[in-house]
Design a protein. Structure first.
Length: 204
Protein backbone atom coordinates (compact mmCIF):
# COMPACT_ATOMS: atom_id res chain seq x y z
CA UNK A 1 0.00 0.00 0.00
CA UNK A 2 1.47 3.35 -1.00
CA UNK A 3 1.90 6.06 1.65
CA UNK A 4 1.57 8.87 -0.90
CA UNK A 5 -1.54 11.02 -0.36
CA UNK A 6 -4.09 10.88 -3.09
CA UNK A 7 -5.29 14.15 -4.61
CA UNK A 8 -8.57 14.53 -6.39
CA UNK A 9 -8.82 17.15 -9.13
CA UNK A 10 -12.22 18.88 -9.20
CA UNK A 11 -13.37 20.60 -12.36
CA UNK A 12 -14.95 23.77 -10.99
CA UNK A 13 -16.36 24.63 -14.41
CA UNK A 14 -18.65 21.60 -14.15
CA UNK A 15 -19.83 22.72 -10.68
CA UNK A 16 -20.60 26.19 -11.97
CA UNK A 17 -22.54 24.78 -14.90
CA UNK A 18 -24.58 22.61 -12.51
CA UNK A 19 -25.35 25.63 -10.34
CA UNK A 20 -26.54 27.67 -13.33
CA UNK A 21 -28.74 24.76 -14.41
CA UNK A 22 -30.26 24.55 -10.91
CA UNK A 23 -31.05 28.27 -11.00
CA UNK A 24 -32.80 27.93 -14.37
CA UNK A 25 -35.01 25.05 -13.20
CA UNK A 26 -38.35 25.92 -11.54
CA UNK A 27 -38.21 25.83 -7.81
CA UNK A 28 -39.62 22.77 -6.06
CA UNK A 29 -42.75 23.11 -3.90
CA UNK A 30 -42.00 24.30 -0.43
CA UNK A 31 -42.37 21.75 2.31
CA UNK A 32 -44.57 23.19 5.06
CA UNK A 33 -42.64 21.35 7.74
CA UNK A 34 -39.37 22.72 6.43
CA UNK A 35 -40.79 26.25 6.28
CA UNK A 36 -41.50 26.29 10.02
CA UNK A 37 -39.08 28.43 12.07
CA UNK A 38 -36.10 26.46 13.29
CA UNK A 39 -35.21 26.08 16.90
CA UNK A 40 -33.31 28.92 18.44
CA UNK A 41 -29.59 28.64 17.85
CA UNK A 42 -29.93 26.37 14.81
CA UNK A 43 -28.39 27.68 11.61
CA UNK A 44 -30.05 27.42 8.23
CA UNK A 45 -28.35 24.99 5.80
CA UNK A 46 -26.44 26.69 3.00
CA UNK A 47 -28.28 26.81 -0.30
CA UNK A 48 -26.42 25.75 -3.42
CA UNK A 49 -25.56 28.59 -5.70
CA UNK A 50 -26.50 31.21 -3.09
CA UNK A 51 -24.11 34.10 -2.67
CA UNK A 52 -23.91 37.43 -0.91
CA UNK A 53 -26.37 40.05 -2.07
CA UNK A 54 -26.65 43.74 -1.44
CA UNK A 55 -29.67 44.77 0.60
CA UNK A 56 -30.72 48.40 0.24
CA UNK A 57 -32.98 49.80 2.92
CA UNK A 58 -35.56 51.70 0.93
CA UNK A 59 -38.09 53.90 2.75
CA UNK A 60 -41.66 52.80 2.85
CA UNK A 61 -43.99 54.59 0.41
CA UNK A 62 -45.61 56.55 3.24
CA UNK A 63 -42.22 57.67 4.61
CA UNK A 64 -41.03 58.68 1.14
CA UNK A 65 -44.22 60.65 0.57
CA UNK A 66 -43.76 62.39 3.92
CA UNK A 67 -40.18 63.37 3.05
CA UNK A 68 -41.33 64.76 -0.29
CA UNK A 69 -44.06 66.74 1.47
CA UNK A 70 -41.49 68.32 3.83
CA UNK A 71 -39.40 69.56 0.88
CA UNK A 72 -41.65 71.52 -1.48
CA UNK A 73 -40.43 72.10 -4.99
CA UNK A 74 -38.69 75.41 -5.62
CA UNK A 75 -40.68 77.95 -7.64
CA UNK A 76 -39.81 78.30 -11.28
CA UNK A 77 -38.14 81.42 -12.64
CA UNK A 78 -41.42 82.55 -14.20
CA UNK A 79 -43.32 82.07 -10.92
CA UNK A 80 -40.70 84.08 -9.04
CA UNK A 81 -40.86 86.93 -11.55
CA UNK A 82 -44.66 87.04 -11.45
CA UNK A 83 -44.72 87.00 -7.66
CA UNK A 84 -42.05 89.73 -7.49
CA UNK A 85 -44.09 91.93 -9.84
CA UNK A 86 -47.26 91.40 -7.78
CA UNK A 87 -45.36 92.13 -4.55
CA UNK A 88 -43.89 95.38 -5.92
CA UNK A 89 -47.32 96.52 -7.15
CA UNK A 90 -48.94 95.78 -3.79
CA UNK A 91 -46.16 97.57 -1.88
CA UNK A 92 -46.50 100.60 -4.15
CA UNK A 93 -50.28 100.75 -3.56
CA UNK A 94 -49.74 100.73 0.21
CA UNK A 95 -47.13 103.44 -0.05
CA UNK A 96 -49.49 105.58 -2.14
CA UNK A 97 -52.20 105.18 0.54
CA UNK A 98 -49.81 106.25 3.30
CA UNK A 99 -48.57 109.26 1.34
CA UNK A 100 -52.15 110.30 0.52
CA UNK A 101 -53.02 110.36 4.23
CA UNK A 102 -49.74 112.07 5.13
CA UNK A 103 -48.64 114.32 2.26
CA UNK A 104 -45.53 115.42 4.18
CA UNK A 105 -44.15 111.87 4.09
CA UNK A 106 -41.64 111.40 1.35
CA UNK A 107 -40.99 108.38 -0.77
CA UNK A 108 -39.54 105.42 1.09
CA UNK A 109 -35.89 104.80 0.27
CA UNK A 110 -34.95 101.41 -1.16
CA UNK A 111 -33.82 98.70 1.23
CA UNK A 112 -30.05 98.20 1.16
CA UNK A 113 -27.51 95.83 2.67
CA UNK A 114 -26.85 98.40 5.38
CA UNK A 115 -30.51 98.19 6.46
CA UNK A 116 -30.18 94.41 6.79
CA UNK A 117 -27.09 94.69 8.99
CA UNK A 118 -28.72 97.37 11.14
CA UNK A 119 -31.77 95.14 11.64
CA UNK A 120 -29.58 92.33 12.98
CA UNK A 121 -27.70 94.84 15.15
CA UNK A 122 -30.88 96.20 16.73
CA UNK A 123 -32.23 92.71 17.35
CA UNK A 124 -29.02 91.59 19.09
CA UNK A 125 -28.79 94.70 21.26
CA UNK A 126 -32.45 94.51 22.32
CA UNK A 127 -31.95 90.84 23.20
CA UNK A 128 -29.03 91.91 25.40
CA UNK A 129 -31.15 94.45 27.28
CA UNK A 130 -30.59 97.67 25.34
CA UNK A 131 -33.50 100.08 25.21
CA UNK A 132 -34.85 99.08 28.62
CA UNK A 133 -36.72 102.03 30.21
CA UNK A 134 -34.89 103.64 33.09
CA UNK A 135 -35.75 102.14 36.45
CA UNK A 136 -36.82 98.79 35.04
CA UNK A 137 -34.90 95.54 35.25
CA UNK A 138 -33.44 94.73 31.81
CA UNK A 139 -34.64 91.46 30.33
CA UNK A 140 -31.73 89.70 28.67
CA UNK A 141 -32.13 86.86 26.18
CA UNK A 142 -28.46 85.93 25.98
CA UNK A 143 -29.04 82.74 23.97
CA UNK A 144 -31.21 84.56 21.47
CA UNK A 145 -28.54 87.25 21.18
CA UNK A 146 -25.92 84.61 20.47
CA UNK A 147 -28.07 83.22 17.65
CA UNK A 148 -28.47 86.69 16.12
CA UNK A 149 -24.71 87.35 16.35
CA UNK A 150 -24.01 83.97 14.76
CA UNK A 151 -26.39 84.90 11.93
CA UNK A 152 -24.32 88.02 11.36
CA UNK A 153 -21.23 85.81 11.18
CA UNK A 154 -22.94 83.57 8.62
CA UNK A 155 -23.85 86.65 6.60
CA UNK A 156 -20.24 87.83 6.68
CA UNK A 157 -18.99 84.41 5.61
CA UNK A 158 -21.46 83.97 2.75
CA UNK A 159 -20.96 87.49 1.36
CA UNK A 160 -17.17 87.55 1.61
CA UNK A 161 -15.73 89.00 -1.60
CA UNK A 162 -19.10 90.32 -2.82
CA UNK A 163 -19.38 93.46 -0.66
CA UNK A 164 -18.17 96.96 -1.22
CA UNK A 165 -15.64 98.40 1.19
CA UNK A 166 -18.31 100.43 2.98
CA UNK A 167 -20.63 97.42 3.31
CA UNK A 168 -17.85 95.22 4.66
CA UNK A 169 -16.78 97.91 7.16
CA UNK A 170 -20.25 98.29 8.64
CA UNK A 171 -20.73 94.52 8.87
CA UNK A 172 -17.38 93.96 10.61
CA UNK A 173 -18.01 96.90 12.95
CA UNK A 174 -21.43 95.55 13.95
CA UNK A 175 -20.01 92.08 14.49
CA UNK A 176 -17.24 93.48 16.70
CA UNK A 177 -19.56 95.63 18.80
CA UNK A 178 -22.21 92.96 19.34
CA UNK A 179 -19.59 90.37 20.27
CA UNK A 180 -17.99 92.77 22.78
CA UNK A 181 -21.38 93.45 24.37
CA UNK A 182 -22.07 89.73 24.48
CA UNK A 183 -18.74 89.10 26.26
CA UNK A 184 -19.47 91.78 28.87
CA UNK A 185 -22.97 90.51 29.63
CA UNK A 186 -21.98 86.84 29.67
CA UNK A 187 -19.16 87.70 32.12
CA UNK A 188 -21.66 89.43 34.40
CA UNK A 189 -23.99 86.42 34.21
CA UNK A 190 -21.11 84.08 35.07
CA UNK A 191 -20.09 86.19 38.09
CA UNK A 192 -23.65 86.29 39.38
CA UNK A 193 -23.93 82.52 39.02
CA UNK A 194 -20.71 82.04 41.03
CA UNK A 195 -21.87 84.18 43.96
CA UNK A 196 -22.84 82.10 47.02
CA UNK A 197 -26.47 82.39 48.06
CA UNK A 198 -27.16 84.78 50.97
CA UNK A 199 -27.21 83.14 54.40
CA UNK A 200 -30.66 82.37 55.74
CA UNK A 201 -31.95 84.88 58.23
CA UNK A 202 -32.38 83.67 61.79
CA UNK A 203 -35.95 83.28 62.93
CA UNK A 204 -36.99 85.52 65.81
Amino acid sequence: MSDKPKFEVIDRRKIKADEEQDLQQPSAPVDEAASEPQAEGASAPPQPGAGPRLVVNQPEPEEAAQEDAELPAAPTARESLEQKAAYDASAQRLEDIVRAQNPAAGEQPPVTFENLVQQFYLSAMIQMGAGTPQGQQPRVDILGARTTIDLLAVLADKTRGNLSEAEDNILQSVLFETRMTFLEISKMISLQAMKPPPPPQAKR
